[in-house]
Design a protein around this ligand. Structure first.
Ligand SMILES: [Zn+2]
Length: 81
């Protein structure tokens, strides 16, 4: 039987309902407890970013482009007029 490993603590996940996260480059799995730790760390990071950057920090997660601008330009150059 296959056991997924928790991305946070690297231990096998036997919990009935592990947390699944769509992440790059591979999907991630977490124990619910570990996911809570990861989320708390992310939230703290976000709060600190807002303190430093103000509104820009608040909006940063919502303004990220789907692809890196450089990747977009190299694969599909926009003609200049
Ligand atoms: Zn874990």
């Amino acid at each position: 039987m296959e056991h997924r490993r928790c991305t946070h603590c690297r231990n096998p996940i036997r919990h009935a309902t592990p947390i699944f996260v769509h992440a790059d480059p591979e999907p991630s799995w977490f124990h619910p407890d570990c996911w809570a730790v990861v989320l708390a760390a992310k939230q703290k990071e976000y709060d600190e970013q807002i303190e430093v950057l103000g509104l820009d920090g608040l909006l940063a997660p919502y303004l990220k482009p789907a692809k890196e601008p450089a990747a977009l330009m190299s694969s599909d150059p926009v003609p200049s007029l």
